[in-house]
Design a protein around this ligand. Structure first.
Ligand SMILES: Cc1[nH+]cc(COP(=O)(O)O)c(/C=N/[C@@H](CC(=O)O)C(=O)O)c1O
Length: 398
């Protein structure tokens, strides 16, 4: 009956987690999946979340279905985080926002929407990008292409090639963009470059789809949303998927959002309705527990302020690890350029190690990176960074 079903090769990121957990090496270090670990190598529960959880736990409340679009407070939290608390488009009711099952759920609903209502549209992702971008859009029968993005030789962005490529695209083609903290390269665009990108998108009448999964880990909450808000200022139609997995450290609660900025209130109503219809036919409604945590933290002024401070503390620890790793590697291999480590932004560093070198780190040292050489810098801490740097120096020297 099922003998013709293909074996699943596993996910290059999630599969790595399983291998890491099964590894008995006492010195093993997990630099694979994009998860923030604290200085003690522990996945934190944020203090603002602890308070929210206590409010949810007492008094304990029933767990009815949520609306298809999720809790209004979750949706409002997404909108104010992405567009700014006083954004005119929010006052004018021009944003259709649903709470989703993480950023992945947001991308899936967005991909289904594009397939259903823009059937001729192709979706172009950066080369390289987060692998699941391709799987999610292809899984919704959207044709996926790649736009030039990362220059491995110079650890930089192929900006001119990227723009030239966008100039060849057709009206309503979707371009999937990382507003900050690019995954997997960590290489972000400057504000001037974003302005140029958005001008080309406007001129070619492309559809920008911005996936922001690390807001607050780059510069700050508002700066990290520059591209989003600039697109709004330009009056562009815009899709934004966001994730609270990393910046609320709520990975397993599956909380995110999908927002669509529309030209008129009528179009907003139409889009919002179809987003709801799409949710209903995929997973019906989002999870309530995580949604309530988001609602409480995002809408309680004191908790929101505490949350921002906790995100910036995570951001700053990652930045400190970048500088430390760079200095240790420079000391060990003086003739090699490690500037990329501190030029890159957010949770990831694209180390440029070869697949063989990545494999040696794993097999000989128990250090896990994604096979494309992406390192989750948040897995580093003062206890393991010398071990990691020494191992990297060893494999780089041979
Ligand atoms: C750019 C991006 N977008 C969306 C997601 C999905 O987030 P979620 O809210 O958990 O559904 C992730 C997760 N990335 C990390 C984990 C994963 O691969 O699922 C990663 O790149 O390691 C991203 O890196």
């Amino acid at each position: 009956m099922f003998e013709r079903i293909d074996y699943y090769a596993g996910d290059p990121i999630l599969g790595l987690m399983e291998k890491f957990l099964a590894d008995n090496n006492p010195n093993k270090v997990n630099l694979g999946i994009g998860i923030y670990y604290d200085e003690n190598g522990v996945l934190p529960v944020l203090d603002c979340v602890k308070t929210a959880e206590q409010r949810i736990a007492d008094p304990i409340a029933p767990r009815p279905y949520l609306p298809m679009a999720g809790l209004p407070g979750h949706r409002k939290g997404c909108q104010e985080l992405l567009f700014g608390k006083d954004a005119q488009i929010l006052k004018d009711g021009l944003v259709a926002t649903i709470a989703t099952i993480g950023g992945s759920g947001a991308l899936k609903v967005g991909a289904e929407f594009i397939h259903d209502w823009f059937p001729q549209a192709k979706c172009y992702v950066s080369d390289p990008t987060w692998g699941n971008h391709i799987a999610i859009f292809e899984g919704s029968d959207v044709v996926v292409g790649k736009y030039p993005y990362y220059d491995k030789a110079n650890s930089s962005v192929k900006f001119d090639e990227m723009i030239a490529f966008f100039e060849t695209l057709n009206k309503n083609d979707v371009v999937l963009l990382h507003p900050c903290c690019h995954n997997p390269t960590g290489m972000d665009l400057t504000r001037e470059q974003w302005d140029t990108v958005l001008n080309v998108i406007q001129a070619r009448e492309l559809i920008p789809f911005m996936d922001i999964a690390y807001q607050g880990f780059g510069e700050d909450m508002d700066s990290d949303a520059y591209a989003i808000r600039k697109a709004v200022d330009m009056g562009l139609p815009l899709f934004v998927s966001n994730s609270f997995s990393k910046n609320l450290s709520l990975y397993g609660e599956r909380v995110g959002g999908l927002s669509v900025v529309c030209p008129t209130v009528d179009e907003t109503e139409r889009v919002f309705g179809q987003l709801n219809a799409t949710v209903r036919r995929i997973y019906s409604s989002p999870p309530s527990h995580g949604g309530r945590v988001v609602d409480i933290v995002m809408n309680d002024e004191a908790l929101h302020e505490q949350w921002v401070g906790e995100v910036y503390a995570m951001r700053d620890r990652i930045k400190a690890m970048r500088f430390k790793l760079k200095s240790v590697l420079e000391a060990k291999i003086p003739n090699r350029d490690f500037d990329y480590i501190t030029r890159q932004n957010g949770m990831f560093s694209f180390t440029g190690l070869t697949p063989e070198q990545v494999e040696r780190l794993q097999s000989e040292f128990g250090i896990y990176m994604v096979s494309n050489s992406r390192m989750c810098v948040a897995g580093l801490n003062t206890s393991n960074i010398d071990y990691v740097a020494n191992a990297m120096a060893d494999v780089l020297k041979d």
